[in-house]
Design a binder for this molecule. Structure first.
Ligand SMILES: NC(=O)CCC(=O)C(=O)O
Length: 270
């Protein structure tokens, strides 16, 4: 198959897990009913807010949220990227920020732990120290699916082109960026970075984001997006909890790579 319909789910998650998981399930179901066979949820979709609340909500990988997502994928017969959840770690008081991938039979196909942690202090825009609560992941994850190879990242990873190049080296056709990208930085950086990563790695970029205010000091930018390998934005979510859908045409991807073979023009293997 050279074409599939993909969907990104935009959420305004809270600290209330059951509400968030129900909202996610409702929009994933709507996306599947509209024909999407690959659906992606945003970062920390099942609980976002104060870090203490996120840590308290952490689950093992095969916990209630992943079981619900596995069942959802199987019932709908779709491939589901469960954006990220807080995963319990071996260190007290710390979690992993973990993205899980489920196949159409409900099987867990991949697990990616966010590698780059958002420790920033941008005056009047955003101040966060994710590493106080989150352990960095070590692995780079690319998974070959029947229709395409998926590379995984999470949010702040978007600023590290070397991760995306490593995913391109693993032959990623689609790179997922589930995010809770901050409003303060998102206005200027979100779309530019997504389009740059798509163009330079000649891959579709699937970027479900959180939108709106989660706490008085934490606000996400929204504008969840699907970008094609030419850098064209194929779909953007409206503000609020919503969906954006777009066709991924893998023949077009191959054509772009053939006509403009920049990835094979790299010097010194870089
Ligand atoms: N959750 C995150 O990693 C946020 C990253 C972000 O907002 C950025 O500007 O980078």
């Amino acid at each position: 198959m050279t074409k599939i319909l993909a969907a990104v789910v935009q959420l305004q998650s809270t600290e209330e897990k059951s509400r968030n998981v129900d909202a996610a399930a409702r929009l994933v179901t709507e996306a599947a009913q509209r024909g999407a066979s690959f659906v992606a949820l945003p970062e920390l979709f099942n609980c976002i807010g104060r870090w203490e609340a996120v840590v308290a909500a952490a689950e093992p990988i095969s916990g209630p949220t992943s079981q619900r997502m596995s069942e959802l994928a199987a019932n709908l017969g779709i491939t589901l990227l469960a954006g990220s959840i807080a995963e319990q770690s071996e260190v007290a008081g710390k979690i992993y920020n973990t993205s899980l991938l489920f196949g159409p039979d409900g099987q867990q196909l991949a697990c990616y732990r966010k590698r780059h942690l958002f420790d920033v202090d941008v005056p009047d825009k955003v101040t966060v120290r994710e590493s106080e609560f989150v352990m960095p992941g070590a692995e780079i994850v690319g998974t070959t699916l029947p229709d395409f190879t998926l590379g995984q990242s999470i949010c702040y990873d978007l600023r590290f082109p070397e991760l995306f190049r490593a995913l391109a080296d693993r032959r990623a056709d689609v790179i997922a960026v589930p995010a809770a990208f901050a409003f303060g930085t998102g206005c200027d950086h979100w779309e530019v970075l997504l389009r740059a990563r798509a163009i330079e790695n000649q891959a579709f970029v699937i970027a479900p984001n959180q939108h709106g205010r989660h706490t008085p000091t934490l606000q996400s930018y929204g504008r969840s997006m699907i970008v094609d390998p030419w850098g064209t934005v194929l779909a953007t979510a409206a503000d609020g909890e919503s969906l954006a859908l777009a066709e991924l045409d893998f023949q077009r991807l191959q054509d772009i790579r053939r006509h403009l073979p920049a990835l094979s023009h790299r010097r010194d293997g870089q």
